[in-house]
Design a protein. Structure first.
Length: 253
């Protein structure tokens, strides 16, 4: 299938590793140019240099919990790439304990989405294929056998609600908004890599909970995001696509 991504301009937050990096690689392979951001400048520069071998890459070190920094990134990337067609809000504070962790998740997971949409909308309005994809999690959908009460699932649930509302609001402007909710995702150096080494019982519990008997790879999520972001999904908006190998026990009718 031709996803019609050649020449499209995509912004991706949290793109220096894991899911965000896989998304950037996939979009470049499909002919898009990308603007990427993450907090760690050194790692981001290394990644950007590697990605540049496959296409046009703009990069900038950004704390997405800072709304001013988000706006600056969006505007700078739009200028460098000649516009914006796609915005993928992927960066996450993950989880932690205590009030500080909740406040950090609020700023990084939820308010960065608010900031990206507000900053990008004037650019997206000029595109004939405008799309926003937000990354949530199955932890936002249901409290499964390995779920604990924390900021990650709660704020990602808020991400889903805001994405749904924005799909309704921005549809009149020709801007699609969708979400992708991965289950546990395994990649080298990622959270589930650490869990596998340090908490093998939890890792095995997640593995046994998946109908397909395996955890997702970052590429599995990137493929779903790339499709939803592309003109090939041009009549899909307000949808949450779950990519979990049957980790959750649900089937939408």
């Amino acid at each position: 299938m031709d996803l019609d991504l050649t020449g499209k301009r995509a912004l991706i937050s949290g793109a220096s590793k894991g899911i965000g990096l896989a998304i950037a690689k996939t979009l470049l392979a499909e002919g898009a140019s990308v603007g990427i951001c993450a907090r760690g400048e050194a790692q981001l520069k290394t990644v950007a240099d590697e990605l540049s071998e496959s296409g046009t890459v703009f990069w900038k070190s950004v704390d997405v919990g800072d709304s001013t920094a988000v706006t600056s990134f969006v505007d700078d990337a739009a200028e460098a790439l000649g516009g914006v067609d796609i915005v993928i809000v992927n960066a996450s504070a993950m989880t932690g304990k205590g009030r500080e962790a909740w406040e950090n998740s609020f700023n990084v997971d939820l308010m960065s989405l608010v900031g990206f949409i507000e900053a990008a909308t004037p650019h997206l309005e000029k595109s004939s294929a405008a799309s926003v994809v937000t990354i949530s999690t199955t932890s936002a959908i249901e409290a499964g056998p390995i779920t604990t009460a924390n900021s990650y699932g709660a704020l990602k649930a808020a991400v889903l609600q805001h994405s749904s509302a924005q799909a309704r609001v921005l549809g009149a402007k020709g801007i699609r908004v969708n979400a992708v909710s991965p289950g546990p995702v395994y990649f080298a150096g990622g959270p589930w890599d650490t869990i596998k080494e340090q908490r093998p019982q939890l890792y095995d519990a997640a593995l046994s909970s998946a109908a397909l008997g395996k955890l997702a790879a970052a590429q599995d999520v990137a493929n779903a995001v790339t499709f939803l972001a592309s003109p090939a999904a041009g009549h899909i908006t307000g949808t949450n696509l779950v990519v979990d190998g049957g980790f959750t026990n649900r089937f939408d009718f």
